[in-house]
Design a protein around this ligand. Structure first.
Ligand code: GLN
Length: 201
């Protein structure tokens, strides 16, 4: 398998942890801040952080259309926590002063921000994830939940009766932080998917 080149959106949040994990698995990593950074990548991770801040920076750096075009051209996307919010069609729970929160609309789900409470309610749990043998230790930090899952979106993990990891085609979203535990299995699966040649649009 040739090592794929994978981008990590590096506007804000936990991008360094994803970078280290991917490099540990032999992938080449590009920190993405501008549309041109997406050239030559087969996948992009959108990390956790603060989705309102990231959305503002996506506008400032003019990244919305380049990321949509990257997906349309065959790129794989994986959003974790705030990154998952950025991928979703409908975002609920933004403070009223923000109005409607912008998103990429690449995943037909409704996402509820901070669905499990505030920072103090952050927790770690062993979660069964479809496609993995044995539970994955998942870290939830002011995590969202997918409260509506559209047709064609597969639920890969649930917690407390709510979907917390979903996938549709080349887009995966997890409400928890897989980069904060030593378990590399989910990153490994993403690297494998990205290693397949990117079809040209
Ligand atoms: N609560 C944050 C948001 O809504 C996400 C938190 C995280 O990424 N750990 O953007």
């Amino acid at each position: 398998m040739t090592a794929p080149r994978i981008g990590v959106l590096a506007l804000q949040g936990a991008f360094r942890e994803h970078r280290q994990r991917l490099e540990g698995l032999g992938a080449a990593v590009t920190e993405v801040r501008l549309g041109r950074d997406l050239g030559g990548l087969s996948g992009l991770i959108l990390p956790g952080g603060e989705s309102t801040t990231m959305a503002r920076l996506m506008t400032e750096y003019d990244l919305w259309e380049p990321v949509r075009a990257f997906h349309a051209a065959g790129g794989h996307l994986w959003g974790t926590c705030a990154g998952a919010i950025l991928l979703s069609r409908d975002v609920q729970g933004a403070p009223p002063q923000f109005g409607r929160q912008d998103s990429l609309n690449l995943l037909d789900v409704t996402v509820q921000r901070n669905a499990f409470g505030r920072q103090i309610d952050s927790f770690t749990t062993d979660l069964p994830v479809r496609g993995l043998d044995g539970a994955f230790t998942a870290v939830f930090i002011r995590a969202p939940a997918f409260t509506r899952v559209g047709d064609g979106v597969e639920v890969l993990a649930e917690y407390g009766g709510q979907a917390v990891m979903v996938r549709a085609g080349r887009v995966t979203a997890s409400a928890f932080h897989p980069e904060l535990t030593p378990d590399a299995r989910l990153h490994e699966l993403f690297v494998q998917r990205c290693a397949a040649p990117v079809p040209l649009a």
